[in-house]
Write a protein that binds this ligand. Structure first.
Ligand code: ADE
Length: 539
């Protein structure tokens, strides 16, 4: 593990160890003057960059946000520790990544991170790449639970375009997953992480820099991995990569099918919840090999048909596998009707907003709330009034439940002595007491917590602190906590459904008894009690 990065931006200090001076043996490959122009320049070294925060970490590398002191441009610089590459036998992986990125950087597509240059010093290898300002796609899926059809169409369309380009260059990615789909400042994709990639018809890659010339670092004494050994990430790996039968670009089409499923449903199709890691992976592989997955209720019908045609065990039978150059059979699938694939890179991407997909019991719901770039009043009382039907024109189809007696306001204004007394009572009488870390419960109740199209019943406990704990009511085990901050906001959608927005995630909760508005009021009162009546959120 590398020591922590420098707290402030520092020029020229190789980030992991501040003391080592930049080596004079830095070797130069290429640098791009702009996104599409690659030209040789004079030697680069760590002193040409100001290293800032860590934006990614791997087993032998750390990615830093860095600024080129000559151009003032921001870059993502992947710094690989030579001794760790050797110790973890990752020589081949580093070589692959550099070869693939070099080919792609010369190819003029905007759908990939660009490799501007590489250099090294005594201890490290440096990959200077384009910086994708909005990070990777996974937190976006997790934040909103699932994408709506327009977002799924757009982003899977861009991924398809990237795959067309990649496969046309005879490169297989082999580790395609939401974490490797980065988003640039305009929210267009940049596919990254080519450590598992394979160039099918190996062009002459015996160039003269890091991976081939420095025999002390990347010598050829490391055994090459078996050509068909399992690479990639378990949840997205294709059956043929597991059974080592064959490898082809079709493996990336399988991963595309998994990603489309995840965008729509909120979770990838093949999952295992076994707590023991190796058993979990074994279960997962069994599921992949037997095509054991299901579509949750409410899955978009066209997307379902597309996913079914991509998640096919025989790689030759996957949609697109027999296409030449472009994936015309995928492009012409009904799910992509009206999508102009050739204009995607010029289009404004659809916004990724909190959205609850509908299923057979509920209709889809869109959030009015915009995070983090909007300032919002805490609880919209006008909306509450409307939802409660007090404005004479109820917007909810769900009948209003009879109001419950309210004890909460009292609890929030209790003296310390009274609180201690209540806590004692809670300890003796409330079976959830042990799960809430000794905090006084203000409100509790069963809710269905939705993530995309999946729902789980949870006991939700709002406590002093404040905390919002949720627990599995069957096993009586704590499952997590909705993180509190002054930015937390509730949004009632109807008498059953309410959203809890936090900076990193929107939680979709459904009170089967229809007391969503009570939850919203209790949470909002707690927010005001804790943080004051501020009506604004920070971006
Ligand atoms: N994390 C890893 N590589 C990155 C890049 N090029 N841009 C942003 N974040 C990254």
């Amino acid at each position: 593990m590398s020591p922590p990065p420098p707290p402030t931006m520092q020029s020229g200090s190789p980030p992991p160890t501040q003391l080592s001076p930049p080596a004079s043996n830095g070797q130069q490959t290429v640098v791009a003057a702009n996104e599409h122009m690659i030209m040789p320049v004079t030697k680069r070294s760590p002193t040409d960059y100001i290293f800032g925060k860590v934006i990614g970490e791997g087993s032998y590398s750390t990615v830093y946000l860095a600024k080129d002191i000559h151009t003032n441009r921001e870059h993502a610089i992947k710094v690989c520790e030579k001794h760790q590459i050797i110790r973890e036998k990752k020589r081949e992986q580093v070589r692959r990544e550099k070869d693939a990125l070099n080919i792609l950087s010369n190819s003029g597509s905007s759908f990939f991170v660009k490799l501007y240059c590489t250099f090294q010093d005594a201890e490290r290898l440096y990959f200077v790449m384009s910086y994708a300002k909005n990070g990777d796609m996974l937190p976006y899926i997790n934040k909103v639970g699932s994408f709506d059809a327009a977002c799924t169409r757009f982003y899977s369309g861009e991924i398809l375009r990237a795959l067309e380009h990649l496969h046309d260059l005879n490169i297989m990615h082999r580790d395609l997953k939401p974490e490797n789909i980065l988003l640039d400042h305009n929210m267009h994709i940049k596919v990254a992480d080519f450590g598992c990639s394979k160039i099918v018809e190996q062009p002459d890659t015996a160039d003269s820099d890091i991976t081939s010339t420095e025999s002390s670092v990347i010598s050829d004494d490391e055994p090459r991995p078996r050509s068909n050994s399992f690479v990639g990430t378990a949840q997205y790996v294709s059956p043929e990569l597991l059974t080592e039968k064959s490898i082809s670009c079709s493996s990336d089409l399988w991963a595309l099918g998994c990603i489309i499923y995840q965008m729509i449903a909120g979770l990838p199709p093949f999952r295992s919840s076994d707590l023991v890691a190796f058993r979990s992976e074994y279960m997962l592989f069994k599921k992949i090999l037997s095509l054991d997955y299901e579509f949750p209720d409410g899955f978009n019908a066209d997307a379902k048909d597309l996913v079914q045609k991509l998640l096919v065990l025989d790689p030759n039978e996957r949609l697109g596998a027999k296409d030449d150059k472009r994936y015309t059979s995928i492009r012409s699938h009904h799910f992509y009707q009206d999508l102009d694939f050739d204009k995607l890179h010029e289009m404004n991407p659809p916004p990724i907003y909190p959205y609850l997909p509908g299923n057979s019991e509920s209709q889809e719901l869109r959030s009015q709330y915009r995070v983090p770039d909007h300032l919002e009043p805490g609880l919209d009382y006008r909306q509450l009034t409307r939802l409660l039907g007090l404005d004479g024109q109820s917007s909810s189809t769900t009948p209003a439940p009879a109001p419950r007696p309210r004890k909460r306001a009292g609890v929030l204004q209790m003296s310390e002595e009274e609180k201690q007394h209540q806590l004692q009572q809670q300890k003796c009488n409330n079976k959830w007491h042990n799960l809430v870390e000794g905090n006084l419960i203000v409100k509790q109740g069963l809710v269905d917590k939705r993530k995309g199209l999946f729902a789980r019943r949870r006991m939700l406990c709002l406590t002093m602190g404040p905390h919002l704990y949720y627990a599995d009511p069957t096993t009586m085990s704590l499952k997590g906590e909705i993180p509190w901050s002054p930015q937390l906001r509730v949004e009632p959608k109807n008498f059953r459904i309410f959203f809890v927005h936090t900076p990193n995630r929107t939680y979709y909760l459904e009170d089967p008894e229809g007391f969503a508005l009570e939850w919203c009021k209790a949470i909002e009162e707690m927010r005001v009690l804790t943080y004051g009546v501020s009506t604004t959120t920070c971006a």
